[in-house]
Design a protein around this ligand. Structure first.
Ligand code: GLU
Length: 275
């Protein structure tokens, strides 16, 4: 059993992260397996070295141990580039700006929504090759999107299994033509996670239920790239005092703040539901 905790260094870890990290480590420990930590820092605009340092310190203080070296996504862009090459026939360049996409959605009579918001209307999907070549030659920035209809048709009948919810048939269509390589960084959350879980030999992906739907896209990418699929366990989300789920803005519930208020690591582990 190989599990991982994969935070993004965009803020301090809070009790919900502690729950998730301890959950992953417990699954590895109870089966005599391995627990990995991965730093998901592809979003260079939002990630900060001080948050990364804080993640390591906070997890260490909580009593977690992990294998080294820690994989940092920003150091592995070549792995993502190789995967993009293999998906080439199913990708297309999208030159749209966020503003153009929003305008097009606003004008549409009925704009379908997916788990991540309104779907991309497909503006650049059927652009003629000469037009594409012209924009590329002019240096217009572009993202690479997955043609979801063709991708789904290429690998029909994929399934995956969640330890709580059971078996699901992979269906990426609710996400539309997802971006696999962003304009500002030539990868994306879905691509990097899928490749990393494969390369690191993760056998059980544990994470919050808020990422359950994302697994449909990641399972599809596994199918397209010929990768094995791990098991999944999407766990409950820890609630804040008002009952809503915790977010990075809940500053009082960061591990740091709890520690500074005098709580011991054992007390914080207990607050995070891990006695
Ligand atoms: N980096 C993601 C986050 O912090 C989690 C990735 C994953 O577990 O798949 O929300």
């Amino acid at each position: 059993m190989v599990t991982r905790f994969a935070p993004s260094p965009t803020g301090y870890l809070h009790l919900g992260h502690a729950y998730s990290a301890l959950f992953a480590e417990a699954r590895a420990r109870e089966s005599g397996g391995r627990f990995l930590l991965r730093i998901e820092d592809i979003d260079q605009g939002r990630c900060r070295p001080e948050f990364e340092d804080a993640i390591l310190q906070d997890l260490d203080w909580l009593g977690l141990g992990w294998e080294t070296p820690v994989r940092r996504q920003s150091e592995h862009m070549e792995d993502y580039a190789q995967a993009l090459e293999r998906l080439d026939g199913l990708l297309y360049p999208c030159f749209c700006t966020r503003k153009e996409i929003n305008e097009e959605i606003a004008e549409a009579a009925r704009a379908p929504h997916g788990p991540d918001g309104p779907l991309y209307p497909g503006t650049c999907r059927d652009m003629d090759p000469a037009g594409r070549a012209r924009l590329m030659a002019a240096g217009k920035p572009y993202a690479l999107r997955l043609d979801m209809g063709r991708a789904m048709a290429a690998v029909p009948g994929l399934t995956w299994r969640d330890r709580e919810r059971g078996t699901a048939c992979a269906d990426g269509r609710p996400f539309g033509d997802v971006v696999l390589a962003r304009k500002d960084t030539p990868t994306s959350y879905h691509l990097a996670v899928t490749i990393d879980d494969h390369l690191q030999g993760v056998t059980l992906v544990t994470r919050g239920q808020d990422l359950y739907a994302a697994t449909h896209v990641q399972r599809l990418l596994q199918g397209l790239l010929g990768l094995d699929t791990p098991g999944y366990h999407h766990h409950r989300l820890l609630g804040g005092p008002s009952g809503r789920r915790l977010a990075k803005r809940d500053q009082s519930l960061t591990i740091r703040a709890l520690r500074r208020s005098g709580k011991s690591a054992a007390e914080v582990r207990a607050l995070a539901g891990h006695p």
